[in-house]
Design a protein around this ligand. Structure first.
Ligand code: AMP
Length: 421
């Protein structure tokens, strides 16, 4: 029998975990700077939280993992973060706290998609949601935050794409205009787009099919259908982005995958050559109806989500290293049972003072121990032989400079603390 990982999933092996931890720390710090609070919601929700009447996107209708629990309840593994966060916001009445609620999250999502480079069935996202403000300043802040996420990481080859779908009324008018435009050429559209014409026509603008791209070349665009209020909102967002000097380009065909978006939508793309077709690092937008749809008050929201696998691979592609806080400070090298016991005694002291350390557990000779110390990237080697045991000292060696000094047992912690600070 073969024991293999589930298709579309991956293991994060110890050598890679540091990158994940570093990215997670980075994200938490960044959100702190913008005064967003973390929220953690379950990875499974009752299916009606995800499968809502108005949500007909492929992601929700075709790609979710649905199952029944033993009490015959319908459950769905979350395919994205927003619905669960809004469910929690409503259920826990977070809207009763005055002011806009600024939340962020981080965790796995599940979509039954065709796995390929940059596309998995279990993948990690981090994202944010701001609930309760209609102001353009919050759209601008969320886009600023998305831009900053990338910029502060050091990624250079990225672009911010921006569009507006307008409010419900504008979106509805646009939707009808698009249907009117495409219906006469319906038979020439790809099969997917023919289905979308009925339930999700905006997504046709997003089609990667060559023929569809050709047919939609002269299609009406959302920006042409914005009513006065929607146009003003979008102009205000743009003005604020200009004030903050956030670079962006207007992408008149950007519609995003989910049906709940209204007004501002945006995506961040990696433009590095060879990044592959899945180059959207993150995206988001405003939604006016989701809180209400999930049983809450009539409050608007706006948010974004980034895929962490794609971010890590963009970092790799641009040769950017995340800080590694997971270094081994000390490796003990000993010669026999007596020196080893002394080392274990000293190691205990080091560890209680948060100095990381390790020692051989295979009873190996001097050379293999040294080799292991180097493999682990230990900053210092502490050698204890017969002579040292007699003198109650150790040889403390810096693995980079090779400088070696004698240090008394009872001065080891203090000496290391100083050297490592
Ligand atoms: P979405 O929720 O589809 O707007 O996706 C937001 C971001 O999540 C994308 O830009 C990707 O970086 C990431 N993402 C979405 N789906 C997947 C997937 N199946 N595998 C890996 N990353 C994904």
């Amino acid at each position: 029998m073969n024991y293999i990982k589930v298709k579309g999933t991956y293991d994060v092996l110890p050598d890679d975990v540091n990158n994940w931890v570093a990215l997670e720390n980075y994200v938490r710090n960044l959100f702190n700077t913008y005064n967003y609070k973390e929220i953690r919601t379950p990875i499974m929700e009752y299916s009606n939280v995800i499968h809502r009447d108005n949500e007909l996107s492929d992601m929700v209708t075709k790609e979710t993992y649905n199952f029944k629990d033993k009490s015959n309840r319908d459950l769905t593994l979350r395919p994205e973060g927003t619905a669960g966060v809004i469910r929690s916001f409503v259920e826990n009445k977070l809207y009763t706290t005055p002011g806009a609620t600024k939340l962020f999250y981080l965790g796995p999502n599940f979509r039954y998609e065709r796995p390929q480079k940059g596309r998995f069935r279990q993948f990690m996202q981090f994202g944010c949601e701001v609930l309760g403000s209609n102001e353009a300043s919050i759209d601008a802040e969320v886009i600023e935050l998305a831009y900053e996420t990338i910029f502060k990481l050091g990624l250079k080859q990225v672009s911010v794409k921006l569009n507006s779908l307008g409010d419900d009324q504008s979106k509805q008018n646009y939707r009808q205009a698009l249907i009117d435009f495409l219906t006469p050429m319906k038979d020439k559209l790809s099969n997917d787009s023919q289905t979308r014409l009925l339930n999700n026509p905006l997504r046709i603008l997003d089609s990667k099919d060559k023929n569809d791209i050709d047919l939609t070349k002269d299609a009406p665009l959302p920006l042409d259908y914005l009513n006065e209020t929607s146009k003003k909102h979008f102009d205000d967002v743009i003005e604020l982005l200009n004030i903050m000097e956030i670079p962006y380009e207007i992408d008149k065909k950007l519609v995003r995958g989910l049906d709940y978006y209204t007004h501002t939508v945006f995506e961040i793309h990696a433009t590095t050559e060879g990044f592959g077709a899945q180059n959207a690092l993150g995206g988001g937008g405003r939604y006016q109806n989701l809180v209400k749809e999930l049983g809450g008050p009539d409050l608007p929201g706006i948010g974004y989500a980034f895929g962490m696998e794609r971010l890590l691979s963009a970092l790799k592609q641009e040769g950017i290293q995340l800080p590694n806080h997971n270094k081994l400070d000390v490796y003990f090298v000993t010669f026999d049972d007596k020196t080893r016991k002394q080392a274990i005694r000293l190691q205990r002291q080091l560890r209680t003072h948060n100095i990381s350390s390790d020692i051989d557990h295979l009873n190996r000779g001097f050379k293999p121990q040294l080799k292991e110390a180097i493999n682990y990237g230990a900053a210092y080697i502490v050698i204890i032989g017969d002579e040292e045991l007699k003198m109650q000292t150790v040889q403390l060696k810096n693995t980079v400079t090779e400088h070696q000094q004698v240090v008394a047992f009872d001065a080891l912690v203090e000496t290391l603390k100083e050297l490592l600070s």
